[in-house]
Design a protein around this ligand. Structure first.
Ligand code: MN3
Length: 262
């Protein structure tokens, strides 16, 4: 019996109500509108300040959503979710081959500025949704991963401290705006990567193969995510951010991505 089959058949421990609910969310994709934030703007203090959270969620993220809707409306395009839209992301680039999916064919024919807007704003909307989901008020949950995720982080990176160090190093090396990710792919297991702008590891067709995967944890590296409190001190922001990572949620997402196909 291979590992995946074992996890499915032996996975009764994984099926908590939160897991089932998040599996349903994962299957339906990221909706086209903003989810309510699961905590108050001030809840991540003192590590992420309330003003930054409010501006980030209610203005930056909201603007990505509004601009995505504007782009879709300008060409009368309808999509079930931002996930379904970004599955066809190859059609949002000049080299996209418009021959496979109906939505893809439609996207392939759109004017370049609309395509660019869908990639940037759709990516921005999806990335921020994942980002809010993987944070929680400090002290509200365990401070380190447990169980299988902890074991796999140990096996892959040599432990949680070594993982944090490698993740921070990657995040510091990303020049300008972008994101840092911990993702999973069945043939490589866990890996760290970064993306530019609002791209993400699900954008298979436009990323180098080594960077494609299913994200379980992400960190916003745009200055708007930390400048008010940390100014140019990105390293301090990253250090502080570990205090608000929602490890139980990240573990459940890991459970989902390692036991379901994408
Ligand atoms: Mn942001």
């Amino acid at each position: 019996m291979n590992r995946r089959r074992f996890l499915i058949s032996g996975g009764s421990l994984l099926v908590s109500p939160a897991f089932s609910q998040e599996l349903a969310i994962q299957r339906s994709g990221v909706p086209l509108d903003q989810e309510p934030l699961g905590y108050d703007f001030k809840a991540l203090e003192p590590y992420i300040d309330a003003a930054t959270m409010e501006i980030h969620y209610a203005r930056h993220h909201a603007a990505y959503v509004a601009n995505l809707h504007k782009a879709l409306a300008s060409v009368r395009l309808e999509a079930a979710s931002v996930s379904s839209l970004l599955k066809t992301v190859e059609f949002l680039t000049p080299q996209g081959d418009p021959s496979v999916l109906r939505l893809g064919r439609q996207l392939g024919k759109l004017p370049e500025p609309v395509k660019r807007s869908i990639r940037n704003n759709g990516g921005g909307h999806m990335n921020h949704t994942l980002f809010w989901r993987c944070m929680a008020p400090p002290g509200s949950c365990q401070a380190e991963p447990q169980g299988r995720l902890a074991a796999d982080i140990q096996a892959t990176f040599g432990g949680i401290s070594a993982f944090k160090k490698a993740f921070a190093a990657a995040a510091l090396q990303r020049f300008g705006s972008g994101w840092a990710w911990l993702s999973y792919r069945s043939d490589v297991g866990l890996f760290i990567s970064t993306t530019a702008g609002q791209d993400n590891p699900l954008m298979k067709e436009i990323l180098p193969e080594a960077e494609y995967g299913r994200p379980i944890l992400c960190l916003d590296l745009w200055e708007h995510a930390y400048y008010l409190k940390y100014q140019d001190r990105r390293a301090d922001y990253i250090d502080a951010w570990w205090n608000v990572v929602n490890w139980p949620r990240v573990e459940r997402t890991y459970g989902i991505v390692t036991t379901t196909s994408s």
